[in-house]
Ligand binder design. Structure first.
Ligand code: HXC
Length: 517
């Protein structure tokens, strides 16, 4: 090559390097130092922490803002693909050092590009969100950008897993894209989510609230239910993201990956007999029951702080990923209320969308009674659970641990609601209601007329218990497929799930169902 051509070539390469360096610096050293001082990693450091070493391939690094006069290196978002445990993922990582990670039209289009590719390839989309919302300087163009992202979040829902890490103060439009995805993970102390911040809240409602009170990680994990997971900082969130992916397939066309387990499939579980008290009024930790059954006691709880009367989460059983739904009799006596119904229904639909079989542990007295629940729409919310279980076509196995009464018996995936296999322990009781309530309804006059009403009630309750509070009436009708010794629980569940692996269900044609919302 002639010297002048070589020189020309090296000038071009140097210019490219210079431009790349400027983009890589994001909003500059001072803003990066502020980010680090707040205990937050940079957008690029986060990608390094999330992805397998050296696997990141960047796309669109040189994209510029749509409007002149806006200085936004890289458009404030880093986009591309990489691998996690060797599996492909598509990612975007918003850079708060560039105009607060605010979203302009081209920022949105960079995100849309990787979303489209993820769906064409069949791989999860992971968003690392750290954004002040719509870029004010871009006006309607930034709103349009959000529209393009939200549209894809909805249309691609159920096609590939969509996961959102919230790693900074996400405001305005920045919260709705995550809310449309399958999982939201927040970093404690660094992440906030709100539609409008404390200043606007003060001017509109005169309420004084802090960032944390308004939209901190604990608020969203415990009260609003917006966040499925909370971890201490962004590093911990990124680690959790990697763990979560191990239970999910690449797309709806695939099964979740198998995990090699050293836990024998036929391991007996005699400790379960000690754990669960046969008296239906005595509480016990259902989480411990779940852990005892699953591979290596490993259970990734989803929505752990929200509506704790129902437990949801992922585990492996015989190396296969399963989604677990379980009543927790140690919280609100394990009744199903509005939040528990929403939580369980959402989780069931997530499992079904991504071919994760559902395992249901039942110990439930019913839906929560009371004015607040009725007025809050327990009918509408409880219906979501009925709908979600009935709609799900993945293998569904139910284990009735103790009581299973009334509407909640149906809502916890009974045979009639589409369970493939229902098992029960000898401690199980399937009935319209508990013995006390039943005796009062059926024998009120008899109790009132008795010389000793309390003794009469106790006698009737005992009679009712002897007759109805057992699994054999339900098993006699085929509603329960088998009554098993608790020590055989793991073996039985592994066997049934293995047999059900090839399950395929055809449903009548429809455009889409009309789930109560
Ligand atoms: C453009 C913005 C911005 C925005 C912040 N910045 N918000 N630039 N558009 N929306 C810039 C700041 O000017 C600053 O630039 C840098 O980002 C960091 O912001 P700070 O305020 O210094 O950071 P901090 O103190 O950490 O506060 C972060 C924040 C706050 C809480 C997010 O910036 C804030 O409240 N921003 C406005 C949030 C908001 O109201 N967004 C909603 C937009 S409406 P310099 O140059 O100083 O570094 C919306 C509607 C969409 O999103 C609707 C869809 C449904």
């Amino acid at each position: 090559m002639p010297d002048d051509t070589r020189r020309w070539m090296s000038e071009l390469t140097a210019e490219m390097e210079e431009r790349r360096k400027r983009i890589a610096k994001g909003g500059g050293d001072a803003r990066l130092a502020k980010q680090h001082a707040a205990g937050k990693a940079s957008a690029r450091e986060r990608l390094d922490l999330l992805l397998d070493e050296g696997s990141f391939v960047e796309l669109g690094a040189f994209v510029e803002p749509l409007h002149d006069g806006i200085d936004a290196p890289g458009e404030g978002v880093i986009t591309g693909s990489g691998t996690i445990d060797g599996r492909d993922v598509f990612v975007f990582s918003q850079d708060f050092t560039v105009l607060g990670g605010s979203l302009g039209k081209m920022h949105a289009q960079k995100i849309c590009r990787v979303m489209d590719m993820a769906v064409q390839v069949g791989a999860p989309i992971i968003g690392l969100n750290d954004s002040a919302g719509a870029r004010i300087q871009e006006g309607v163009d930034s709103l349009s950008g959000y529209g393009e992202v939200f549209y894809r979040n909805a249309v691609y829902s159920g096609v590939v897993p969509q996961l959102s890490a919230i790693l900074g103060p996400c405001a305005g439009g920045a919260v709705y894209s995550p809310a449309l995805t399958d999982f939201v993970l927040m970093a404690r102390d660094a992440a906030y989510m709100f539609i409008t911040g404390p200043d606007v809240v003060r001017s509109v409602t005169r309420q004084e609230v802090s960032f944390a009170e308004l939209g901190g990680a604990d608020v969203h994990a415990r009260r609003s239910g917006v966040a499925h997971f909370v971890a201490d900082d962004d590093r911990a969130v990124l680690k959790l993201l990697r763990q979560l992916l191990a239970y999910l397939p690449q797309s709806a066309r695939e099964a979740p990956p198998r995990r090699v387990s050293r836990d024998p499939e036929t391991r007996e579980t005699p400790e379960l007999t000690e754990l669960v008290h046969p008296d239906p009024r005595k509480a016990y930790p259902m989480l411990e029951v779940v852990r005892t059954v699953v591979d290596e006691r490993r259970f990734l709880e989803v929505h752990a702080g929200f509506a704790r009367n129902v437990i949801t989460g992922f585990a492996h059983l015989g190396g296969r990923a399963v989604g677990v739904v379980a009543n927790d009799p140690s919280v609100l006596a394990g009744t199903l209320d509005i939040d528990a119904s929403d939580k369980a229904a959402r989780f069931i639909r997530t499992c079904d969308a991504f071919n994760v079989p559902i395992l249901t542990f039942v110990d439930v007295t019913g839906f929560m009674p009371g004015l607040a629940q009725e007025h809050g729409g327990i009918i509408r919310h409880g219906a979501k659970m009925l709908y979600a279980y009935a709609e799900a076509t993945v293998p569904k196995v139910t284990l009735i641990v103790r009581k299973s009464y009334g509407g909640a018996y149906l809502a916890m995936n009974s045979r009639d609601m589409g369970a493939d296999v229902v098992l029960a322990w000898p401690t199980a009781a399937v009935a319209v209601m508990g013995a006390e309530g039943a005796a009062n309804v059926l024998n009120r006059r008899q109790i009132q007329a008795a010389s000793d009403p309390d003794a009469m009630r106790a006698k009737l309750v005992a009679e009712y218990r002897a007759r109805f509070d057992n699994p054999y009436l339900a098993a006699g009708r085929g509603y329960v497929d088998d009554v098993i010794d608790p020590k055989d629980t793991r073996t039985a569940l592994v066997r049934h799930l293995t047999r059900l692996e090839g399950k395929r269900v055809e449903r009548p044609f429809k455009k889409h169902g009309n789930m109560p919302l």
